[in-house]
Design a protein around this ligand. Structure first.
Ligand code: ATP
Length: 582
């Protein structure tokens, strides 16, 4: 009977009509299996965040069909090649079934679901044979029309085109007292990501049950997203004159679910990505003090030796099934926590952000690999601008400015004005290398303990005959370079910053400006901490090279005064802007 409903739904493209048809299907479904019907209608048997698939490949599907219908595999394959639709091939095959069985039992949703569930859970040797036997058994009792939909479901091809919101509409009409009550169902869905659970709750407990819906550890909450503005004064105005501005880290969004010692990680698309990040799971176990919690974090690739952040692309190496141990070593990550949605039994999604942030700070013990998003609370345009430049300088994309008003709840599943991102509106690659003077160094840590972690580099200001810092570089050095550098620089070491060196940054070790090295960066940005070209482009800002990397070339052939000049860096910055404008 459900197959009839699917057939009608498939025949319409009008959303209202589709909703009505779905209402009919839902109303005629026994309440205790309504969740299963909802999953099946979406072509699956569990909510999307459950990492299990029925996983029937086309070849296996054809085999099962042949067995159930008595047709030849080659004939079925021929049909399939013609239409490209395994459902139609199944319908045709079952309609022309050669032998009629007298023991045919009418299919029920419950039985279909149970068999599909068994297929999804089958594992180990003999899986293929088991799946095939289960599927053929089901088909043997199916009508041709049922066979069509069963085959589409098991091969992941149902595609009835029913959007989540249409299901919510239909549920509101069928069991929630009318479409106007969809908002309550929508919230329940946004905090559970489980349409089946919402369906069962509203069918069995009515709207009141749905209103009491609470978040639950293990069920991902749909992500809150930001709007975007490009001027700090607009941002402050939109947020009521004051906001908490946080670094916008450039990594992968992760929703952390912790129940005692059990930790699960969900991606922004609500997929379970725990297997990609065993190290992040360990960090959570070590640093999240709360017994139970749902927290949000940005997972960022870092340089293990300097703890500096690396660009988002580096995380690509972690998107793999095998060799994760090695990838973990080569591409370690840090977590930057930015929200608390549930802590020790308390649902925080409807609490204002300042309370959630405070709870987050209490729930997490920061370490060198787990931090809380860096922030300032401000009502000042200038301060916001400076903090933005600092964020860029530290390898972030910009800021996320968040409302601190009484209504600053966590808007699950929505893009709204409570969070506003402030990003650079340009991006361009630096194509040319630059030659910079080593003026300082920072002690290394981890694998670089006892040697330098990063070097402070400067460009030459010809007018003033000084060296102005433009970047801090810890990337691109081989192990050999790292051991060689302290020896090479030893003879230039001095107790204080040299008088010709201009720097706001305090290095651990200072050098006379002598050694020149070649650097390639990602781009040149405005900077509140580097003094190269200070005040030339903008008052109070200098220029900096972002994501610098040592090319391996020591420019022993160059004196410090032959290094790239401040003038050249300014020109390169302007060139970048022109390129963007074009
Ligand atoms: P973008 O491409 O700009 O990341 P997006 O559509 O992926 O856009 P947005 O809503 O624009 O998402 O930006 C929010 C994203 O920024 C989050 O999904 C999260 O991954 C990331 N992020 C980094 N730092 C923070 C932070 N402190 N607070 C909230 N989100 C943050």
């Amino acid at each position: 009977m459900i197959a009839e409903g699917y057939e009608k739904i498939e025949a319409t493209t009008k959303r209202l009509e589709m909703t009505d048809l779905l209402v009919n299907v839902l109303k005629s479904t026994p309440k205790e299996i309504i969740d299963k019907v909802v999953y099946l209608t979406q072509g699956r048997i569990y909510p999307g965040f459950v990492d299990l698939e029925i996983g029937v490949a086309e070849k296996l599907a054809v085999k099962a069909l042949a067995r159930a219908s008595g047709r030849k595999e080659s004939e079925i394959t021929e049909d399939l090649n013609k239409t490209g639709d395994i459902g139609k091939a199944a319908q045709k095959s079952m309609a022309s079934k050669r032998q009629v069985t007298f023991f045919q039992q009418p299919l029920t949703v419950r039985r279909v679901y149970e068999v599909l569930d068994k297929m999804a859970r089958a594992s180990g040797s003999g899986t293929v044979d088991l799946k095939m036997a289960l599927l053929a058994g089901l088909l043997a009792d199916a009508t041709p029309k049922e066979a069509k939909y069963i085959m589409r479901i098991v091969t992941g091809n149902l595609r009835l085109g029913i959007a989540d919101m249409t299901v919510l509409d239909a549920l509101a009409i069928a069991y929630g007292g009318g479409k106007e009550n969809r908002v309550y169902l929508e919230r329940a869905y946004n905090v559970s990501s489980d349409l089946g659970k919402v369906a069962k709750t509203v069918a069995e407990k009515g709207l009141e049950g749905v209103k009491k819906f609470e978040v639950s550890v293990g069920e991902p909450i749909r992500a809150m997203l930001c709007e975007r503005l490009s001027r700090p004064e607009e941002i402050l105005e939109k947020l009521g004159g004051k906001c908490v501005a946080e670094y916008k880290y450039d990594g992968e969004r992760i929703q952390v679910h912790k129940k005692g010692e059990e930790v699960v990680l969900f991606s922004r698309r609500l997929e379970n990505i725990s297997s990609q990040y065993p190290d992040a799971i360990e960090l959570v176990k070590r640093c999240v003090k709360a017994e139970d919690a749902i927290l949000e974090a940005e997972c960022v690739a870092i340089d293990p030796d300097t703890n500096e952040m690396k660009p988002f692309q580096e995380l690509m190496h972690r998107r793999r099934k095998h060799g994760i141990e090695k990838a973990m070593e080569e591409y370690p990550v840090s977590l930057f926590m930015f929200d608390a949605l549930y802590v020790n039994g308390k649902d925080l999604t409807l609490k204002p952000y300042p309370i959630r942030r405070r709870t987050l700070e209490e729930a997490v013990e920061v370490s060198d690999r787990v931090e809380i998003a860096k922030c300032v609370v401000t009502d000042n345009v200038k301060k916001l601008e400076t903090f933005f430049l600092e964020a860029i300088q530290d390898g972030c994309e910009g800021l996320v400015c968040k409302s601190v008003a009484a209504n600053s709840v966590y808007q699950a599943g929505a893009r709204g004005w409570l969070w506003i991102k402030y990003k650079r509106d340009y991006k361009s690659e630096m194509t040319d290398t630059v030659d910079l003077v080593v003026v300082g160094a920072f002690h290394g840590r981890g694998r670089r303990a006892g040697i330098y972690g990063a070097l402070l580099l400067a460009a030459y200001n010809r007018d003033k005959d000084v060296f102005e810092t433009v970047t801090k570089c810890g990337t691109g050095f081989t192990d050999e370079d790292l051991w060689k550098l302290p020896k090479m620089l030893q003879k230039h070491k001095i107790a204080h910053k040299q008088s010709r060196v201009q720097s706001l940054i305090k290095a651990d070790i200072w050098f006379e400006p002598v050694v020149v090295i070649e650097i390639l960066g990602a781009e040149i940005t405005l900077s509140p901490v580097h003094v190269c070209g200070l005040n030339v482009i903008r008052k109070g800002s200098g220029l900096a090279i972002r994501f610098p990397r040592f090319t391996g070339r020591y420019r022993h052939d160059k004196a410090a005064e032959d290094a790239t000049t401040v003038e050249e860096i300014i020109e390169m910055y302007k060139g970048q802007r022109r390129k963007i404008a074009e």
